[in-house]
Write a protein that binds this ligand. Structure first.
Ligand code: ATP
Length: 368
């Protein structure tokens, strides 16, 4: 078993800067966990504490139930692949893969057997005699992974391993790494700032901001039930529109005021926010995903808002329409491409209340 557990972990750098605050996070044995967040959010620091490259200031780190705070990186038996996956240029692929085992003074026959096994798994067998200079970026990446895996580590850590690759190769490697992890079943912690990478690769995704874990959940749950406005705005592309809003109860039921315009909610919020009456006075922002904007003709009575087209971006069958609402709030809607729209044109968009996300003054989601 190689489950990993951060318990109240803090990191304060010698200059006094606190990069990680009270991190509680449990990673299951065999899980692929992705840590994601903007630059400086503390994800690399967290990974480096796990690898033993950075001391933990306060709290406990457990691997397979054992407290490892004071264990040297080498004795943690964790493999790490960095952004710059430096291979030894004068060694062949085989020499590179075998190197960690030779360093560990493992008998030659076993070195050969284990190196061949990972080479097969990563489809590197035909390249074993080549030097790194004669490999593509993706192949080098795979050699770096093979070299890390050959030690049979309890966990595999990767810090932005794809950031040096071009966009097409990145997409391909993304799928390869995820498939490989599923084959080996090695507990993997993967750091990226790219939410698409996180959402497509991870069994679960841990979202960080300002040194604090915001939410850890499956990709689908993060998308459908973000716990706060940070996660709501970070996950999804283009990101969710977050609009100042409030809800009042009137004789017609609940009414949402969104950027100065009224939307009658009817019973549209009951399924997600029951009892929805508690929302009156509690809502500070409404979240609307660009893809959840509906055709105004299909929207219910009193469930449309108007705006002026500021810009459009054509994306094949769809277009991103940037709209300025009456109070100047900019929202993005993903609409079918057929509708030709011009800058400055006034249009209406439909809102389906059941698709709205609602947040309180403190930024926390009001569902659940
Ligand atoms: P990036 O994606 O840019 O690498 P990150 O989310 O991985 O960002 P970290 O590298 O973990 O962020 O850094 C978190 C914060 O800690 C940043 O504000 C960074 O400036 C700060 N930091 C990192 N290393 C040190 C250090 N040795 N001393 C002081 N502050 C540091």
């Amino acid at each position: 078993m190689a489950d990993i557990s951060f318990r109240g972990v803090n990191k304060i750098y010698p200059n006094g800067f606190q990069a990680v605050h009270d991190l509680d996070l449990a990673i299951d044995d065999g899980e692929f966990l992705v840590m994601v967040g903007p630059s400086g959010c503390g994800k690399s620091t967290t990974l480096r504490m796990l690898a033993g490259l950075e001391a933990i200031s306060r709290g406990d780190l457990l691997i397979a139930g054992e407290r490892v705070n004071d264990l040297h990186p080498r004795t943690r038996n964790i493999a790490m692949v960095f952004q710059s996956y430096a291979l030894y240029p004068h060694k062949t692929v085989q020499g590179n893969i075998e190197f960690p085992l030779r360093m560990a003074k493992i008998p030659t026959a076993e070195v050969k057997r284990r190196a061949l096994k990972v080479a097969r798994m990563l489809e590197l067998e035909p390249l074993l005699e080549r030097k790194p200079a004669l490999l593509s970026g993706g192949q080098r990446q795979r050699v770096a992974m093979a070299r890390a895996l050959v030690r049979d580590p309890v966990a595999f850590l990767m810090d932005e391993p794809l950031s040096n690759l071009d966009a097409k190769l990145r997409v391909q490697m993304r799928a390869e790494i995820a498939a490989l992890q599923r084959r080996t079943g090695t507990t993997t912690v993967y750091v990226t700032h790219d939410q698409v990478e996180a959402m497509t690769m991870g069994d679960r995704v841990a979202v960080f901001n300002n040194g604090r874990l915001q939410q850890v959940a499956t990709p689908q749950e993060l998308f459908e039930r973000p716990l706060n406005t940070f996660v709501a705005g970070f996950i999804g592309s283009p990101s969710m529109n977050l609009i100042d809003a409030h809800i009042d109860s009137s004789s017609d039921g609940l009414v949402l005021t969104l950027a100065g315009q009224r939307i009658e909610l009817g019973s549209g919020l009951d399924s997600r926010f029951a009892p929805s009456g508690r929302l009156a006075g509690a809502v500070a922002q409404a979240g609307l995903r660009p893809e959840d904007v509906v055709d105004p003709h299909q929207a219910g009575e009193g469930q449309r808002i108007g705006g002026r087209v500021a810009m459009t971006e054509l994306l094949g069958r769809e277009q991103m329409v940037y709209l300025d609402l009456a109070d100047g709030t900019r929202v993005v809607a993903r609409l079918p491409a057929e509708q030709r729209l011009h800058r400055g044109e006034k249009i209406a968009i439909g809102i389906d209340p059941s698709r709205l996300y609602l947040f309180g003054e403190d930024g926390r989601a009001l569902d659940g």
